[in-house]
Design a protein around this ligand. Sequence first.
Ligand code: URP
Ligand code: ZN
Ligand code: ZN
Length: 464
Amino acid sequence: MIDLLIERGHVVLPGLTIKTNVGVKDGKIFSIGSSSEQAERRINAEGKIVMPGGIDPHTHFETTFMGETAKETWDKGTVAAAIGGTTMIIDHVFQDKGKSLMDKIKQRISRANKLSAVDFSVHGVFLDFTEPDKVMAEMKEIVNYGIPSFKEFMIYRKEGWYVDDWELLMVLKGAKEYGAIVDVHAENAFIGESWQQQCLKEGKIGLEYHSVAKPNFVEVEAIERCLSIAEFAGARVYIVHMSAKEGVEIVGNARKKGSPAYAETCPHYLMFTEDVFKTPRGVYYICSPPMRKKEDVEALWRGLADGRVSCVGSDHAAYTAEQKESHSATFADVPNGFPGVEALVPIIYSEGVGKGRLSLQRFVEVVSTNAAKVFGIYPRKGVIAPGSDADICIIDPKKKKSLNAADLHMGTDLSIYEGIELTGAPTMTIFRGKVIVEDEEYVRTLGEAEFVKGKIEDNLIRTV
Ligand code: URP
Ligand code: ZN
Ligand code: ZN
């Protein structure tokens, strides 16, 4: 007797999609194609898409940034992720200067173990490089603990997140030595932040100056520099939240040369242009790098489809409307970021597959499989295969879904997707063999999820 039999769905497998059955037992995929098992529960997936659950490689739950702590808590955020068809998230843990990053990671994992609706891991963020030997020793310890990724920021000096090129090289060299990958927020701090100051001095304080102060060049120069440092270090590098069209070319060329370079973009860069900053709700859209032009949006979709861009992450940071509005005196004061974890899979399905920009197969790669390979959790996650965790998202390609704040479940009252209607959306989420979301409702108790250890395998990440 097995636990679940998902019948007659269009099952997205590596390299092909077939109409078949998926059997689940003890939290794992048990069988593909068999109809003979006795099952405790049968799910009719006729006309639906059956895919591995989404993996969001970029969230910021419970993070304090630019004077605001997102009001949402880990439980709410991960329930929203599950409702959106995502069954694993990778969050960020920032070192407190002078303190151990490993200790903070352990505290975060222990809190998340009690609260999480979906499995999780984190990226470590080193902020203190005063004792380089300590950084290297901790890095090794963190990788051995099962966390093979670190995020570093080439901007945000005032916020204390900035690393200089020497520090970035240090982390990249550590990543090379210990088998990790470095996620990089690529923006030139000196040009971007000085340009912001110049705008402010000239009285150019409106939201539209956010993209004036950070034109494509600010991102592009940093991507080029970071790839060049990574190449020198021989390290894997992952450009996060890429928004500039030139980035697609640059990362694509590095990959062509055989460099282990990867890029992520986000749903908002695939949906919006800088025009959003001129709308009455513009303050909600402030993020870095900024939204850009139509040609950037089109280039990102092309890069996603042809393999130059590997993953989509939400960059979820769930500020409320009041939190954004109360810092809107100038464009430079607004806390960067907005909620998105619940929208990731629905948006990329509807705008990608629904509008013919991505094949179904490629969609699954960019919202699930590739992140699993890049961050070393494949094939436990990111694939429907016997022995893998039974993390499954069932999508109804005909379902209409609104992304208005009132219809979403994230711990905030704003949606940057207000008024947008999607066609095709998740109807059920199965997590380690249990149905956790049905009819947009989370139906389990929290705390069943856990920290997933990762180890990057060269032969797998090379296939991304
Ligand atoms: O604007 C953004 N991206 N906010 C979140 C923090 C970050 O840089 O990832
Ligand atoms: Zn960032
Ligand atoms: Zn981020």
